[in-house]
Design a protein around this ligand. Structure first.
Ligand SMILES: [Zn+2]
Length: 502
């Protein structure tokens, strides 16, 4: 994959790519995409194009499944959905009962079927012209159709027009969207940031986990899926359907998944969190409820005018007590570190809000909550240089390679570079963590493109994590970080490339 061109040239078409994964039955989930071999993090699993075209709108607009249904319906009416598009949709799960004919067909499909359908799409686009030129009528069936090799007749699947009910079900279960473009690639490609929603069929084959091992993002019309953790041979590749709810307690996550997708999540994280002692679960719930309570939200949103940490002292004390209670309960239970990080995510709002409050100036001064809660860009978040490092570690456990993860590693780098001497090992550590996060999302790109992606991301003022990205581009810390980036980018890339071959 030529990532450099993909991230910088809007005219570059990377085509379709299917990495070392195959579609096969997965116990309890129907089917899923399973690694054919060891897959090291940062390896590309999928590059796919949408059915028809993805629907785009100005940044921040919420595009909902029914908007996509209407758009696809329009494309169908205008003859812009091909037989191959219809067949690709009909190979996807549509919510049917497990014993229905649709489910049997869907279970029998392979990634090879998706590829065949796309080959057919290309031939169909070329064949009529040739046939016409030779004076024939309809194009002859091509010899490449090999129905015996598959249990699915993909040609027949594309024939009938899609009914409204079919479209609705397929979009409900298989669409993916985001309310802004990739914060690194879009500026490099000189594209405006846009909201997007679409169905990328092969991506839709990924099952859900509350601690997924892939990251997905779109670049133009293409959706990329990268391994965001090492995936063992025979292990399932997973994505997360939850959005921000990935940082909510188990009960909230599972009830939302049940309501939206109709399944009871039995992922590794859900199972592990279910098995913890009652005191740990109670501490998670208490911390989450405190940080998301109306009272806490009200205090936080009313405070900006006062710009004073003292005003939030009671909330700060409660949050500190709640997170300390959770930490003590996890320690007493002797939980392993990965499970602790999952549980911290379930109460992330408490850790995050506490970090934000602790970053406020003690007396009134410039900045304050106005900047921290997204009102202005006045305040730089996180006076404690270690705070974003800790938060980044928590986020990586459930959303590796996500915008929030990348943002926090950048913030950590900026803070440590400002706070410590250039030779301080903490600066080198923060630099490595930042590069690693970016490489696991973007893959191994050239140093120049990696730097450009980092710079674009650090310039972007955004609502990620409810914090504006402080204007770092003028600061000495950034210049310092820039030179460190140059030194260590190649090293980090080598380490990542070598990580999977051990
Ligand atoms: Zn789960």
């Amino acid at each position: 994959m030529d990532y450099d061109r993909l991230y910088t040239q809007p005219s570059f078409n990377p085509g379709r790519l299917v990495g070392p994964i195959k579609l096969q039955p997965v116990p309890g989930k129907g089917r899923g995409l399973v690694a054919d071999r060891e897959v090291p993090l940062a390896e590309t699993l999928l590059v796919v194009e949408p059915v028809g075209t993805a629907l785009a709108a100005p940044e921040g607009r919420e595009l909902l499944p029914h908007h996509l249904v209407a758009a696809l319906d329009n494309m169908a009416a205008g003859g812009r959905l091909t037989a191959a598009d219809r067949a690709r949709l009909r190979l996807l799960y549509d919510g049917s009962a497990p014993d229905s004919p649709t489910s049997a067909r869907v279970r029998g499909a392979s990634l090879e079927d998706f590829r065949k359908v796309e080959d057919k799409l290309r031939r169909a686009a070329e064949a009529p012209k040739k046939a016409k030129g030779k004076g024939f009528g309809a194009p002859a069936p091509t010899a490449a159709a090999t129905p015996a090799a598959s249990t699915v007749n993909t040609a027949a699947l594309g024939e009938a027009p899609l009914t409204a009910a079919e479209l609705q079900a397929m979009v409900a279960f298989n669409s993916w969207g985001n309310s802004y473009s990739d914060l690194g690639a879009a500026p490099l490609r000189k594209e405006p940031s846009e909201a997007v929603i679409g169905v990328w069929p092969e991506f839709a084959l990924l099952n859900h986990s509350c601690a997924p091992n892939t990251v997905a993002f779109n670049v133009g019309q293409h959706l990329l899926v990268q391994a965001a953790a090492d995936i063992g041979q025979g292990q399932e590749a997973t994505t997360c359907y939850l959005g921000d709810l990935v940082q909510a307690p188990r009960e909230q996550r599972r009830s939302w998944l049940k309501g939206s997708y109709g399944f009871d999540c039995e992922c590794e994280r859900c199972k592990a969190e279910k098995a913890v002692p009652a005191e740990v679960s109670a501490a998670v719930t208490a911390a989450y409820e405190l940080a998301t309570s109306e009272q806490a939200t009200k205090l936080a949103t009313e405070a900006p005018g006062r710009s004073d940490r003292a005003a939030l002292r009671p909330l700060e004390e409660q949050l500190a007590a709640a997170t300390e209670r959770l930490e003590a309960a996890m320690e007493a239970a002797g939980l392993e570190e990965r499970l602790r990080q999952w549980l911290r995510n379930s109460a992330y709002a408490a850790y995050f809000t506490l970090a934000v409050i602790r970053d406020l100036p003690d007396a009134s001064g410039p900045g304050g909550l106005g900047g921290l809660f997204g009102r202005t860009g006045a305040a730089a978040p996180f006076g404690d240089p270690e705070a974003p490092t800790r938060l980044a570690g928590i986020v990586e456990a459930v959303a590796p390679g996500s915008d929030l993860h990348l943002y926090l590693t950048l913030e950590a780098l900026s803070r440590t570079a400002e706070a410590y001497d250039r030779e301080d090992p903490r600066v080198a550590e923060a630099t490595k963590a930042c590069l690693r996060a970016h490489i696991l999302r973007y893959g191994v790109v050239s140093d120049a493109v990696l730097r450009a992606l980092l710079e674009a991301r650090s310039r972007t003022q955004h609502y990620l994590g409810r914090i504006t990205l402080a204007s770092q581009s003028e600061g000495a810390g950034t210049a310092l970080a820039g030179s460190l980036l140059k030194q260590t980018a190649a090293q980090a890339a080598r380490e990542l490339a070598g990580a999977g071959s051990e």
